[in-house]
Design a protein around this ligand. Sequence first.
Ligand code: AMP
Ligand code: MN
Ligand code: MN
Ligand code: MN
Length: 278
Amino acid sequence: MSHINYDLHSHTLFSDGTLTPGELVRHALLQGVHVLALTDHDTTDGLADAQAAATGSALRLVSGVEISATWSGRTVHIVGLNIDAGNAVLQRGLARLRELRNIRAGEITARLERKGITGVAEGVKQLVAGPILSRTHFARYLVQAGAASDTGQAFKKYLSKGAPAYVSGDWAPMDQVVQWIHAAGGQAVLAHPGRYKLGSGKLKSLAREFRECGGNALEIYSGSQRPEDSWRLVRISQELELLASVGSDYHGPEQRWLQLGRLPKLPAECTPVWQEWR
Ligand code: AMP
Ligand code: MN
Ligand code: MN
Ligand code: MN
């Protein structure tokens, strides 16, 4: 049997990516992806265009979303896969998160202006094409305004935890987010668990609590975590009987080091999140 190429985490300009849904789907096809999940941050608005672009092609598009959650005072991301985007419980939750994003954006703007950067509110608005306001948009504006040489530096200097314009979001509790995803008929995946800079004890408590509130899978391979994180994630997924997912976290061709559909094959001891998909 030939290998099916899964990539279950990606973004478009409906959140903080740079491609349209149609461009993303065409790009995925060129990269040999067979099953792609579009998982924009806190919105499902790009899914209809992506589905339309995938219809009649060799690509299967999975309806997804990446939801901002708070666990133990930290931000964690929960991906929902195979969600019904028409579900009212899910949409009410996402709408609230977008409001919180707008409030946070006001605070980030004020802090940047206190640092002497001008035109932030208008500048960022110019760069937003979809329904959510992300720190990535602020990072792009900071580059455009000459305050940073690239977005990585903009995060480091201004937007990351510990930097002067960092505002810790107070998102929805993790168990609530899992409930929204389940209400919409989807599976809940803990995104890039290696990126939260947790020691092994804390990482395990996060995974255990995620499991206890009904979470289904861990992202074992992600473009957003180091390859060496995967080994402890494989072990944790086995111990806690969580399924395994893989996703590039692709945001567009500007991330030159990252490509769609180039994820390692899951080790035999993992049960893929797609095991029971039909
Ligand atoms: P937000 O959800 O608005 O807080 O923004 C988080 C997004 O910013 C992530 O999904 C990444 O796409 C991006 N991001 C976070 N940290 C960095 C970083 N150090 N460099 C570049 N992009 C980052
Ligand atoms: Mn992002
Ligand atoms: Mn994420
Ligand atoms: Mn992502």
